[in-house]
Design a protein around this ligand. Structure first.
Ligand SMILES: *Cc1c(COP(=O)(O)O)cnc(C)c1O
Length: 419
């Protein structure tokens, strides 16, 4: 057997909170003007109460509301698959497993948090959500979730992606969302997640009927994603494995990585690996410091690895990984040595994506392909030493709307600024 599914009732009924498992507690976010720690009242204009509580939660488990489970069951639990054909192609003794988050309506892991965020906002009487999107994955996820709760959805999309990926805009509009390129006031600027966050926060701050939703980075977002790792743990047992030797995921803001890796943090022997683009090397080359989450400096300051909030990464195809900062929870784990990080240039990433597609049939999102690259290198290292390593990775999304990137790679047009 090479694929393990769980019945609908085995969907995790509580999220795993990693905060109580950190060796040093995360430093609190600071108010952008006063530089004092932010309290729940400072966040109230942006987020509903339950999400603010989750942002600061210290309880080890947090219940998933029934209405959220009902929607997640449209595609969850997601399959765990073993990449046997890739193992054979590499000639590795490693056993490679991947959690297939590409089966969601939006084609990525992002609806796992979009749905609870829309649910709590609707419960708070909010009529409209504003957000940013990089490659369009988060925007599509939120547009889908808003459609479930009759909320309006206004998406500020990084201009480079808006121009490269028109089909994501069409998906968002199909689910009822409205999409504008960011930065709104500079038509020649390629934009970044940082500019789009500024636009979305500015919009929401000016309207009483609106709240803001963020697709990654924040503690509550990573919390919602832990359904991935919790299911994977159970499915690995079904596959006859005890624990993985290493858990690998791509890292932009850290949500798909936190989602699959956090439930393994208490298992000291399990290595955790973040994979980022060489052109936006936040964890491998950034500094650990307080910095703004956006370019304009509207958001609270977070203690994280950062390349500087005014850093504009080059327009690589993995738009979802173009963020100057990183989740404070992921940053704390890297700083404390519990998690490792690696960076790859996109040419090497697409070589791995093509090898994975030819062996397993799956055409990865460019973001997910970063994980595939590291998985292949890990499997080749196991071949070198003859070790039977168990590798678990997050297949965070498919690349069906990223085919122009594959076209560029296959026809020698892929520019690698960092290679
Ligand atoms: C958004 C996205 C990522 C990167 O974001 P994280 O918050 O770091 O997970 C990775 N893979 C896919 C498919 C995405 O859509």
């Amino acid at each position: 057997m090479s694929r393990w599914t769980l019945p609908p009732e085995r969907i995790p009924s509580a999220w795993f909170n990693v905060a109580p498992h950190l060796t040093t507690p995360v430093q609190p976010p600071l108010h952008p003007a006063t530089r004092e720690p932010v309290g729940p009242d400072d966040l109230a204009p942006l987020f509903p109460g339950p999400l603010i509580e989750q942002e600061m939660a210290t309880a080890p488990w947090i219940d998933v509301p029934g209405e959220v489970l009902d929607i997640l069951r449209l595609w969850r639990p997601t399959p765990l698959a073993r990449a046997i054909r890739l193992e054979k192609a590499l000639g590795t003794p490693a056993r490679i497993y991947f959690k297939d988050e590409s089966v969601s309506p939006a084609g990525s892991h992002k609806p796992n948090t979009a749905v609870p965020q829309a649910f709590y906002n609707a419960g708070d009487g909010v009529r409209r959500l504003t957000t940013e999107t990089g490659a369009g994955q988060w925007g599509t996820a939120l547009a889908f979730a808003c459609a479930q709760f009759d909320l309006e959805c206004a998406v500020y999309m990084v201009r480079a992606s808006f121009e490269q990926k028109p089909y994501r805009r069409v998906m968002m509009e199909t689910w009822g969302g409205s999409v504008v390129p960011s930065p709104i006031d500079e038509p020649d600027h390629p934009g970044s997640l940082g500019t789009a966050i500024s636009d979305a926060v500015r919009d929401c701050a000016g309207r009483a009927d609106s709240h803001y939703a963020l697709g990654s980075v924040l503690n509550h977002v990573l919390l919602h994603q832990t359904v991935i790792g919790l299911e994977a743990r159970e499915q690995l047992t079904l596959a006859g494995e005890r624990l993985p030797d290493i858990v690998i995921a791509s890292c932009g803001g850290g949500s798909n990585l936190g989602g699959i890796a956090f439930p393994f943090v208490p298992d000291a022997g399990v290595r955790l690996l973040a994979v980022e683009p060489a052109s936006c090397p936040t964890l491998t080359q950034g500094r650990f410091d307080y910095d703004f989450g956006d370019v304009a400096g509207f958001t609270p300051l977070m203690a994280m690895y950062t390349l500087g909030h005014d850093f504009v990464p080059p327009s690589i195809h993995a738009g979802g990984l173009r963020y100057h900062g990183d989740s404070p929870l992921i940053s704390a784990l890297v700083r404390d040595g519990r998690m490792e990080a690696a960076a790859y240039p996109q040419g090497k990433v697409f070589e791995a994506a093509v090898a994975f597609a030819r062996a397993e049939g799956k055409v990865s999102a460019p973001e997910a392909a970063h994980a595939v690259r590291a998985v292949i290198d890990e499997a080749l290292a196991a071949k070198e030493t003859g070790e039977e390593r168990v590798i678990l990775f997050n297949y965070s999304g498919h690349g069906f709307l990223d085919l122009s990137a594959y076209d560029d790679h296959l026809h020698g047009r892929l520019i690698d600024e960092s290679a």
